[in-house]
Design a protein around this ligand. Structure first.
Ligand code: GLN
Ligand code: ZN
Length: 764
């Protein structure tokens, strides 16, 4: 059987692209040097796939920043404000991606959004009524030729027209329908060019069709591809989907003139059913996404070979099945070679991108051998999966089983708690607070690094943090904030820090995954049953509390976010893992409370990340357990303990009732960049939780004036009852400088006081 890779990680095995790009941004290297680093990565990736015997190797899966942006730029979808800067092509590209501030002008970056249900972010292209969509770039062609010169015939990959039309932001009065014809025209030119170059295969990525597709969408999709395919000539076209199944357009997909269709058998719950029930045409290749491109566990060969047998049994010819990755390998780390410290006992269970290539080729060999059950590769794989040790903890399992319905409900009800809390905390109206972290200055990072390397003692490490906490508390007192925080100086990352204090977690050294542009994350791996080893934050919060008479807010990361930013287990459901984490964090909540912390914030920054792509699955597949998991964390506290939560994006307008059902007492969220739209939905749904919509954007060093903060708050008061409004920045301050932080917070407090001249207590 042939094998295929949808796309390969492009940051380099040691994040070479990140470091080279950052140097380029600082003017330390020139374009030529950046190009040579990127070329080395591409060549390395192609040769790696070639050596592994992959039949379909992709090109143009490389990107300096993001593939959606690449496609927009290829087709001249570049707003005038960037063109006017008069920069070189590459500099213009980076201006779109990161903004530009310099001699040639001052423009912000394009908006960035999460790529479907992943933690990768794409840039949202903008199109206005005057945009002339033209094929102006050469990147896909150049990269194809680059591979060709080293003897590799690649399949050229590009974001498909339907997905692009749907992801673009239309800033004028025209809609996607108005741009349909010009898209057909430029994608046709693109195909024509591939033909003149003798390219054999092209891959159109169309993940958008795994979402809910209605009749209008379907019509558009069919029209675009009918027209495009009627002129495709010699080049063969693969329509590639991922992150789910294509139930709404399967019938159309298999009747259109594609030469190959790529389906996701890992995340697509109905994919197999579609192929078996609806059939798959004899004249097309089925690119079967069987090797998980999103998670790091070894493939289960019994399961995969079983699936292939079922596909064959449904009438698809063995020669027409191509074993594929379920999506681009962009979402997993590069190679286990980078893990020097991790024990082989763990490593043998993992497959990063490089190891997935081996799996593809082993699966191809095994499926060609009728005696595969005797093949050592098959036997080893089975032994590995059946003999996984040290992952189970009976006590944890039992604890999850014993969760009772009432454990998901905090009593008394919100309205009663609210009164008790107001009486106890005695805060002024429009209470002011922050989201938790304070600037992570060089000395703070250094303290952690020295401790990690064993160069300072635990006592020295703790003492330094205590000194920072004391300073942070007195700064907040000086500024006049009402609810204080300890500053989070102990944390490198809000998930990794918690993972390090939980048993059941494994950490990697070098397993970086691109999150956006040059930003990479290193998600920890949930290896086994999770429980709390020892108190995680109590020391810090307790110390902070001892420094002041004002209320101090304890600061935790919530179970759904911890899960969503880790590589999850596959032998139990993510629901079960989340409940285990929830119980661990619950212990921490109760410990904080027992130590006199009467306000506790449980951050759920990534709550929305695993929200299913189909609306119809939102509750049954996700929210119905994710929200109760959050409630389990705080249901054990006393009525007078105030529970806060924080969400980074205000993109929850459509799940407001679910957010209210988290049953927190206060929620803070990012609102300053979204024109406060969310306030209308809060009002409309009679949102009961008290709210702190961020009054200024912490992603920028700008200091907001008192007047603009008052104006923002006055707008909020039109929609939110005075009894429920909190005043805070929109996220943590860890990436900000000290000077701008202090100035901004002084203005924030001044603005709150203007609303509250007589200093009334927070109304009941
Ligand atoms: N408490 C965290 C902080 O202040 C929240 C971070 C986040 O929302 N991503 O940094
Ligand atoms: Zn945030």
């Amino acid at each position: 059987m042939k094998t295929s890779v949808v796309g390969y990680p492009r940051i380099g095995e040691n994040r070479e692209l990140k470091f080279a790009s950052e140097k380029f941004f600082k003017g330390q290297i020139d374009e030529a040097e950046l190009d040579s680093v990127s070329k080395a990565i591409r060549v390395h990736n192609w040769l790696k796939q070639l050596t592994a015997g992959i039949s379909f190797i992709s090109s143009n899966d490389f990107s300096y920043y993001d593939n959606v942006l690449d496609t927009a730029v290829l087709f001249n979808i570049i707003p005038d404000r960037y063109k006017k800067l008069g920069l070189s092509d590459k500099e213009t590209y980076f201006a779109l991606a990161r903004g530009y501030q310099g001699e040639n002008g001052d423009v912000k970056a394009l908006a960035m959004k999460k790529w479907f249900n992943t933690n990768y972010h794409y840039l949202v292209p903008e199109i206005d009524d005057d945009t002339r969509v033209e094929l102006v770039g050469n990147k896909p062609f150049d990269e194809y030729l680059e591979a060709k010169t080293i003897g590799i015939e690649t399949r050229v990959v590009i974001t498909g027209p339907f997905t692009l039309l749907n992801l673009i932001r239309y800033t004028g009065s025209k809609t996607r329908e108005d741009f349909k014809d010009s898209f057909i025209r430029v994608y046709s030119s693109f195909i024509e060019k591939l033909n003149t170059m003798g390219v054999k295969w092209v891959q159109f990525d169309e993940p958008y069709i795994v979402k809910d597709i209605d009749e209008t969408d379907k019509k558009l999709f069919v029209e675009i591809y009918t027209k495009l395919l009627s002129n495709k000539n010699a080049v063969k076209v693969l329509l590639q989907t991922y992150f789910g199944d294509v139930r709404d357009v399967y019938k159309e997909l298999i009747t259109l003139d594609f030469d190959g269709v790529g389906l996701d058998f890992v995340e697509g719950r109905k994919t197999l059913e579609l192929v078996v029930n609806e059939g798959f045409p004899k004249d097309k290749l089925l690119f079967a996404g069987l090797v998980n491109g999103k998670n790091i566990w070894r493939n289960d060969y019994v399961k995969t070979i079983g699936l292939i047998k079922t596909i064959k049994g449904s009438g698809v010819d063995q020669d027409n099945i191509v074993i594929n990755t379920s999506c681009s390998l962009l979402h997993v780390p590069n190679s286990l070679d980078g893990e020097k410290k991790l024990s082989e006992d763990y490593k043998k269970h993992f497959a990063f991108a490089a190891e997935k290539l081996v799996e593809l080729s082993e699966l191809s060999t095994l499926t060609a051998n009728p005696e595969y059950v005797n093949d050592s590769r098959y036997i080893n794989n089975q032994n590995l999966l059946t003999n996984r040790k040290n992952i189970l903890d009976e006590a944890v399992k039992k604890r999850v089983e014993e969760i009772k319905d009432e454990d998901y409900t905090r009593l008394p009800v919100f309205e009663e708690r609210e009164k008790v809390q107001k009486a106890k905390l005695n805060l002024p109206a429009f209470p002011t607070t922050t989201i938790g972290s304070f600037p992570q200055t060089a000395d703070v990072k250094r303290n952690r690094t020295l401790f990690r390397k064993g160069e300072i003692s635990k006592k020295e490490y703790v003492d330094f943090n205590k000194k920072k906490i004391a300073e942070c508390i007195s700064l907040q007192e000086e500024i006049g904030l009402d609810v204080l925080v300890h500053g989070e100086y102990e944390r490198n990352d809000m998930v990794e820090y918690f993972g390090e204090h939980l048993s059941g977690y494994v950490f990697t050294e070098n397993a970086w995954v691109q999150s956006y542009g040059t930003r990479c994350v290193k998600p920890p791996i949930i290896w086994g049953d999770v429980s709390r080893k020892d108190p995680i934050t109590v020391l810090w919060s307790k110390y902070a509390k001892s420094c002041t008479n004002k209320p101090v807010k304890g600061m935790l990361t919530g179970p759904v976010t911890i899960l969503n930013w880790s590589f999850p287990r596959e032998d139990i459901s993510i629901k079960e893992s989340t409940l285990q984490i929830a119980l661990a964090i619950r212990d921490e909540v109760l410990d904080l409370e027992a130590n006199g912390i009467d306000i506790i914030q449980i951050d759920e920054a990534a709550l929305r990340e695993k929200l299913p792509l189909r609306k119809s699955d939102w509750y049954s597949e996700y929210l119905d357990w994710a929200i109760p998991a959050f409630r389990l964390v705080h249901s054990g506290v006393k009525p007078e303990t105030q529970i806060h939560t924080h969400m980074c994006y205000s993109e929850f307008t459509d799940i407001i009732p679910a957010i209210d059902a988290m049953d927190a007492d206060v929620i803070t969220f990012e609102a300053s960049r979204s024109d406060l739209q969310i306030l209308d939905s809060l009002k409309e749904h009679n949102f009961k939780t008290e709210v702190g919509p961020g009054v200024y954007d912490i992603h920028s060093p700008r200091i907001p004036s008192v007047e603009e903060l008052v104006a923002a708050l006055e707008k909020m008061r039109e929609k939110i009852d005075d009894r429920k409004l909190w005043v805070n920045p929109d996220c943590g301050l860890k990436t900000r400088g000290e000077t701008e932080t202090k100035a901004s917070l002084i203005n924030l407090v001044a603005a709150a006081k203007k609303l509250n001249r007589v200093n009334n207590p927070q109304p009941v």
